[in-house]
Write a protein that binds this ligand. Structure first.
Ligand code: CTP
Length: 398
């Protein structure tokens, strides 16, 4: 996957640095070469000796190491790589990068390089969400930096939320993708996500409990494998991923039009919880409580079925059409029937009964149904389910 590629790996000072050692191993196993650079803080978490042993290369730590300057200057060190990877990218490193600081070897290398840079952020959830960090991130993204993660979950500091460094396997996939060599490089995938809002009047709407977490995780995982992703999302709670083309919509009608406009695509994944009905004629002004006290009557029309529409297209039908089936009863039977009825290639079935905590929760337990049969996956985080599904999609589109 990384044959002959040189990675300059900048290790920041965070607890996730221990996972970076595994990343070094994975890069080498995939045929790449790694030159590690440890910041002063990183040396508190991993030793230069272990990084150097795994990389089978010299480890650089100091800017003013004259022997190194004679052998290979920092400019040369940063430019001889095919990709610079920063993992873990701490809040401090991101701030230095965004501000253009160059006061140690790591930041100087990042300033001196003209090679693409991939960051794998890791920090406490409050630090991640802090406006200063988010501002720095926007600056870096505008500069064209690649990013993987952070993941959401339990953190070493005992808190829960976004901030955990992406797993080494996911970072490896992103490295391959950043080098234009991901398993989905050159492929276009459309993903729908989130709920839709169907207006009743200008202030009220019909909606559902979808948070958009599963669709967002799928879009992220597909982009991590190198796919060009068009992400058509209803008003979701979860922020859309970076590195994908985001098309925000409100209603099912708008979602259908956005999906049609995004085609052709190699695959389409319909993870949105589309409202089945819309109010026949949404009121132009706010509906007032009548004098009679009787509630207004709402006439409903059926919304277009986006998945079925795309799966039945003669022209422009993606090679692989993947639907979801949110069921509360007879999950397998209903989902199997739904796959046939909607003519999609795969259905990802999940039990959304309230006791499962899946709708709006962080985990999912799914069964993948295709023409050959059904395969149940163990309950896992939505991020893990997304990674698995993205890997299957990559296999199918080979
Ligand atoms: N879907 C869609 N457009 C709709 C309704 C659903 O694209 N108007 C897609 C969803 O994104 C999902 C799949 O169809 O991939 C199944 O959604 P689900 O809510 O489980 O099924 P419904 O079509 O609503 O069927 P039912 O109400 O009978 O369960």
């Amino acid at each position: 996957m990384l044959d002959g590629k040189r990675i300059l790996l900048i290790v920041g000072g965070g607890i996730a640095a221990f996972k970076t050692l595994e990343l070094i191993r994975l890069i080498r196993k995939s045929g790449g070469a790694v030159t590690p650079v440890l910041t002063r803080a990183a040396k508190e978490f991993v030793t230069p000796l272990s990084a150097s042993a795994l990389a089978a290369d010299k480890v650089y730590t100091d800017l003013f190491d004259l022997t190194d300057e004679a052998e290979m200057g920092h400019i040369e060190l940063s430019r001889s790589a095919d990709l610079v990877v920063v993992a873990p990218a701490t809040a401090d490193l991101l701030a230095k990068m965004a501000g253009g600081h160059a006061d140690d070897l790591a930041s100087t290398l990042l300033m001196a390089t003209d090679t693409p840079v991939l960051i794998a952020p890791a920090m406490n959830v409050r630090m991640w969400l802090h406006p200063a960090n988010q501002r720095n991130l926007t600056t870096l993204e505008n500069d064209g930096i690649f990013r993987i993660g952070p993941d959401e979950g339990d953190m070493a500091c005992g808190e829960y939320g976004p901030g955990r460094m992406a797993e080494p396997e996911a970072i490896l996939d992103s490295i391959a993708s950043a080098l234009g060599n991901g398993p989905l490089s050159g492929k276009h995938v459309v993903v729908t996500s989130g709920p839709t809002h169907e207006p009743i009047d200008p202030v009220r709407y019909i909606a559902n409990r979808s948070s958009g977490a599963q669709g967002t995780a799928i879009a992220k995982a597909l982009a991590g494998l190198g796919a060009k992703v068009t992400f058509v999302t209803g008003p979701a709670e979860v922020a859309p991923p970076s590195g994908v083309s985001v098309i925000p919509v409100e209603t099912a009608d708008q979602m259908l039009n956005a999906v049609k406009a995004a085609l052709p695509a190699d695959a389409a994944v319909f993870a949105a919880a589309v409202a089945d009905w819309r109010v026949t004629r949404a009121a132009k002004g706010k509906i007032k409580k009548g004098k009679s006290g009787a509630p207004p009557k709402l006439n409903l029309d059926e919304n277009p079925d986006i998945l079925a529409t795309v799966a039945r297209m003669r022209k422009n039908r993606p090679e692989l059409v993947v639907g979801f089936a949110a069921e509360t009863d007879n999950v397998l039977a209903n989902a199997t029937a739904k796959r046939k009825r909607k003519r999609c290639d795969w259905i990802v079935a999940n039990d959304v009964s309230p006791e499962t905590g899946i709708m709006g929760g962080d985990e999912n337990a799914v069964t993948l149904i295709d023409a050959k049969g059904a395969e149940s996956w163990p309950r896992a985080s939505k991020v893990e389910v997304a990674r698995r599904l993205a890997a299957r999609i990559a296999d199918a589109l080979k």
